[in-house]
Design a protein around this ligand. Structure first.
Ligand code: CA
Ligand code: CA
Ligand code: CA
Ligand code: CA
Length: 496
């Protein structure tokens, strides 16, 4: 059933086709919706369990106030369990493939064939596709591309940090939990590319599973560029846990990636494929980090690897969760990458380079905003004030004044000087009342007053004395309308 609901919402649910396109089969057509999109529970005996976009068609899916598009629980016998794009184009923004509308796992599946193709969530066959902030998760194929199959196609995946939830530091494109299940031929758990040009940026690729190439697998002839990606905890039963490149005329470049904790190899290269790494971090992968003999530079590789600028040191990941490969305070990967002029931002859109140079890995460290120990005092402030950015000391009071370290941070006072804390230093009584306090140029202040100093006193802002930027010396806030009798004053401080 297609219900375009005034061309607003698009529901394609619980249909079946004896050929292609369980929910819809498009030929020379345009599929778009400005509203809620659900493509779920459809089955095709051919390709495109949810939708089969064929022959010059164009599929454009994007979020709306009603939520993100979801493609889930569709099955195909041939290619593209969720969506198959054949000699056509697709632009997908903020689409969830393999998750239902509530965000619960709901796999798309396809069988595909041992001879080639597959794509549990998405198949691109002789096609062109652009993916922005998409999640491809929990999908299954039998032979190739548990999440995505790219065959004879061009795929560009790029992040748009403006669409990230506030505080979410994980890269916006995510390929996770996808599986190719065949026990004797299962290739490319997250993504399989053959005869294709693929560019994956700003991506988190984790917990995918295959025999060969748990996370990403490139087959000849292919050109694959991966930028600002974290490839973590993927598994290959045979080889290429994180990434595998196979066959001559296959070239894979990894730039600013972290390939960590994958099993049966971090980056495995076979049969004359070529791989190059720049500004990457590779470590903790089981059995091998990177197959020997490839071009690796300005990278941190566990156990070491020949090449200019390479190091072998603990990268000091923050690890606030197992997918958190942001660099912590003092990481040797900070500022030790090569100049990568083409990479202007990191996996979540923070500008590169920050500070004295480009950082290795998917993230660019910024001491003015990073808080390695997660206790709300920035690394830069802690380091400037003789505190340890790795040690939780926010609730200490090192100078035994009345203010905890976190309060000294908020007021930008010295946590090791008992005389330094936020305080009113003078009040002059004349035609106006002038309230003086020591201020920081990095903080904003407000002046409040009350006529009676009681526990339930009502404090009101004094005139326009809100958001006063400190001046680094004594700031004088002026009450131009002071009452004739007594008044009490209070100064508030905030991190702007
Ligand atoms: Ca830097
Ligand atoms: Ca901190
Ligand atoms: Ca103190
Ligand atoms: Ca102090």
């Amino acid at each position: 059933m297609i219900n375009l609901n005034g061309f607003t919402n698009l529901y394609l649910t619980s249909n079946a086709a004896s050929g292609n396109g369980g929910g819809a089969w498009l030929m020379y057509s345009f599929l778009w919706s400005g509203g809620r999109v659900e493509i779920g529970g459809n089955d095709a005996a051919g390709s495109g369990g949810g939708v089969h976009a064929d022959s010059g068609s164009f599929v454009m899916l994007q979020p709306s106030p009603a939520g993100r598009p979801n493609i889930y629980n569709n099955t195909a016998v041939d290619n593209g369990g969720g969506l198959c794009v054949l000699e056509a184009q697709a632009s997908l923004k903020d689409v969830r493939i393999g998750l239902d509308f509530s965000g619960n796992p709901s796999a798309n599946r396809c069988l595909g064939s041992a001879a080639g193709d597959g794509g549990g969530g998405l198949a691109l066959l002789q096609s062109r596709a652009w993916l922005t902030n998409c999640w491809v998760a929990y999908n299954r194929a039998e032979y190739y591309g548990g999440g995505i199959e790219v065959s004879g196609s061009r795929l560009t995946m790029k992040g748009n940090p403006a669409l990230l939830s506030p505080g979410d530091f994980h890269p916006p494109n995510r390929i996770f939990g996808n599986v190719v299940s065949n026990g004797s031929l299962g290739i490319g758990g997250g993504l399989h590319a053959v005869d294709s040009t693929v560019r994956i940026e700003d991506a988190l690729v984790y917990s995918n599973l295959a025999l060969y190439g748990g996370g990403l697998h490139a087959d000849a002839p292919s050109t694959v560029l991966v930028v600002n990606a974290a490839i973590l905890l993927n598994q290959a039963s045979v080889t290429g846990g994180g990434v595998r490149a196979y066959g001559s005329i296959t070239h894979m470049d990894l730039l600013h990636c972290a390939v960590v904790n994958n099993s049966r190899g971090g980056i495995s290269v076979a049969s004359s494929a070529e791989v190059s790494l720049t500004n990457c971090i590779v470590g903790l992968n089981q059995s091998e980090q990177i197959t020997a003999g490839h071009s690796v530079s300005y990278s941190d590789v566990a156990g070491g690897y020949a090449g200019a600028g390479n190091i072998q040191l603990d990268p000091f990941f923050i690890l606030s969760d197992v997918y958190d490969v942001r660099l912590g305070y003092g990481s040797p990967c900070i500022n030790n990458g090569a100049v990568a002029a083409a990479v202007a931002a990191d996996a979540i859109g923070e500008p590169r380079p920050f500070g004295a140079g480009y950082d290795m890995g998917a993230y660019e460290y910024n001491g003015d905003t990073y808080d390695t120990d997660g206790e709300r005092m920035t690394d830069g402030w802690e380091a400037d004030h003789s505190l340890d950015p790795w040690v939780g000391d926010a609730l200490d009071n090192d100078d035994s004044d009345e203010y905890l370290n976190i309060e000294e941070y908020i007021s930008d006072t010295d946590p090791f000087d008992g005389d330094s804390h936020l305080q009113i230093t003078s009040i002059t009584n004349g035609a106006t009342r002038d309230v003086g306090f020591l201020s920081s140029t990095a903080r904003v202040y407000a002046l409040y007053t009350t006529p009676h100093m009681t526990n339930d006193a009502t404090w009101t802002i004094v005139g326009t004395n809100l958001n006063l930027r400190g001046n680094g010396v004594t700031y004088t806030a002026i009450d131009t309308n002071a009452p004739a009798g007594q008044a009490f004053y209070r100064v508030d401080v905030q991190v702007p």
